[in-house]
Ligand binder design. Sequence first.
Ligand SMILES: O=C(CO)COP(=O)(O)O
Length: 264
Amino acid sequence: MAPATPSRKPLMAGNWKMNNTHLEAIKLVQQLGFTLKEPDYEAVEVVVLPPFTALRSVQTSVEMDKLALRYGAQDVSPHASGAYTGEISGAMLAKLGCSYAVVGHSERRQYHNEDDALVNAKVKAAFANQVTPIVCVGEGLEVRKAGEHVAYTLAQVDGALEKIPAEQARSVVIAYEPVWAIGTGEVATPQDAQEVCGAIRTRLAELYDGDLADQVRVLYGGSVKSGNVAKIMKERDVDGALVGGASLDPGEFVKICRYRDLPA
Ligand SMILES: O=C(CO)COP(=O)(O)O
């Protein structure tokens, strides 16, 4: 029987994008690791998403210092192995202890022409290796101005989850990142974030039976900072944040993870 209340642990994920060498990554992870304490990890799941080249160093830091921090990659190949120069497989990520892989980030969709079919193949490749995909969806400014942002974003959700069975979809993370809010300092209002995150959950309830929609974490991303995170996290269908720029500053990212202490 479906639980009366959803059991979604808030998730704060720092997408470092193409920043930090493996040495800088060790420093940043140690700064986070020495600051965040047991109660922080009880309240939120904390994840960092370094570039591929830093994953091995992050794995070593996390293991040596016994940090409760999780980490993942920013992309994953749709292929299992073979002649795919430059690609990194889900099995390779799993071997590095990655819990997550970002899939379909708008920067990949924009600069590498990734479409929903490719995103779907990457979601499958991640799940095939017990790596949880963080599927990014969200509209650009033109779509928003035309008032089509909900339909546009839901079509991306449908595409990403095509033929994904419920037992996998149950653990997927979906990040709503309106492209116009990424790296621009222009954050969506909490109401904007709720409108689309709520619509995503409703769609999940249409796609899958039972309590699945109540279990899936839906994040907001786009210019999240310590100054706006608490307000956004008050929205009922926002279960965390995918943080870009602000995740490169350990003090700022720790504050974001401790959003409960910030005035909303
Ligand atoms: O793209 C993002 C996270 O994936 C958001 O980036 P910013 O937080 O820098 O706007």
